[in-house]
Every structure is written in structure tokens, then in C-alpha cells.
Design a protein around this ligand. Sequence first.
Ligand code: DC
Length: 289
Amino acid sequence: MESPERAAEPAERAVESPERAAEPAERAVESAESVVDPAESVAEPGESVVEPEETLRPAKRRQRPCVAIDGPVAAGKSTIARLVARELGFTYVDSGATYRGLAWAARRHDIPADDRSRLEDLLGELNIQLRPRPDGINQVLVDGQDVTAEIRSPEIGRLASKLSAIPRVRRRMVALQKEMAREGGVVMEGRDIQTVVLPDAEVKIFLTAPAEERAERRWHELRARGVAADLETVRADIEARDKRDSTRSDSPLRAAPGAVHLDTGGLTVEEVSAKVLDVVREHCPTDPA
Ligand code: DC
């Protein structure tokens, strides 16, 4: 269901380090190390919590709503989120791309998923940027290098899933994702958007589809991109990733209480996005755009 095209258009709203000069129309986001990380206040066992000053300030109400879409692999999240964002004039944010960017860097430095110490060093140095584009693609830059296409491999997906179970990795990525939604007007998709990243999102949608259909969708996508894969392997890969993503102790894949559940099985992309838009309009009766 996720469309394979990755064409790039000039960035509409760049998501960059806040210290860089941003044009008024730009949405300055990003650089994991440059944003205040409210999630840093979450203590691990044995750690005490010190609230950063930033989190004590009264929250500034954003001007436009946020739409949070979560669900398992190949439920149609990214295609639907992109279409819905375009329809609303919102920014699409692919939160999984931040974990994939990290996985790409870890692989490049030959850091295995269980080497926590080197991973932490890498996290401290790494600059991951998402640049939402009007065509719906999130361009992904890792230390300035465009890895948008490379991070789409099944191998990077698997490694991203493993790394995303590490609490410190999640804190970094969640801080980055929150920053991208600071002003609202985003459709963000992932696994923990409605529960952790944007628990105050105005619209929360949990997309699912039968496992068999999800495996077939992913298999077709891979083939369309010229990646050789057999259906059984794709199915097993998806099952393993979903299991890991839903059973990890930190922010497992879950629907938030009150989320709208949509089964995309047997529906066209247009049908699903129409349903999602209906939900958005119901929850945001005044024109959300
Ligand atoms: O959505 P995706 O397949 O690009 O995500 C890759 C991995 O990143 C996914 O298997 C789990 C992780 N992820 C996450 O833990 N939380 C998110 N919000 C998004 C992705």
C-alpha cells in the first residue's frame, strides 16, 4: 500500500536544526541533539528524574490539529497519512524514518544492535533530519547525507525495529518527532504516536489489515522497487517485526484509548483515506486546515 515512488521536489518546509536561519514559511524541525528533550525526564530504573526547565513552562497551544496514525507493518499508514496530509494541507511525518536513519548509520559503522555503548556514542553524534516535501515524501538526511532511498530495505527495517526497542534511542527520536509537531498541522504515522509522541493529538487512528494482505502488499512494493523477495520470507519478516514492535517494554505498538480503529483490508487507498478524512472532520469540526 505504501507507494514506491520517492521522487523529490523542492522542500516546502524544511525540517532542520533550529539554529539555522529558517525562512518564515519553513517549519524548522530537527537535529535530535539540538532540541530540548522532554522525554529525557523519563527515568530508567534507578535513575532520578530532573525536570528540564523547558518542560515546566506552560504548554503553548498549537494552532492547528495533529493527526496521529499508528499500526503494524504494511497496514497502509504511510500511503494514507501522505494522502490525508496532502488533502488537509498538513505536513506528513514518517516517524519510522528517524529509526531507519539511525539503523542506516549503525550499519554503516558496523555497530550491532546489542552494542549499547557504541550505539549511545553514535546517538550522541548523529544528526538526523527529516525534510517533509509537498509531494509527501520525507527526505531523510543522516549527517547531511541523503539516505531516503537506502533506508527502505528490509534489512534496515529489521535493524530499525531492533534499535527502536532501546529506551535511549526512543527518547532521542521521540524528542525529534515532538518538535516536528510543535506547531500542529501534521499527520504523523508510526507505532507510538498516539500513545507517546502526541498523546494530545486531536485525531488518533489505528490502522490494521489482515496479516496475509499486509504481507502481499509489502511483497508487491518490494517487487515494484526491484527488490527480489519471496512471499513467505516477507510474511515471516513482517510477523517478526510486528511481534518485536508490539511486545517491547518501552512504548509498544498500541492503540490509545478512544482511538478510531480502521481495518484497511479489502479497501482501496481512496476508500481508506476518505474514511480517515471523515474521522478528522468529525473530530475537528472547524476547518482543520
Ligand atoms: O514504519 P517503519 O516500518 O518505517 O518503522 C521501522 C521501525 O521503526 C519499526 O519496525 C519500529 C520502529 N518505529 C517505532 O518504534 N516507533 C515509531 N513511531 C515508528 C517506527
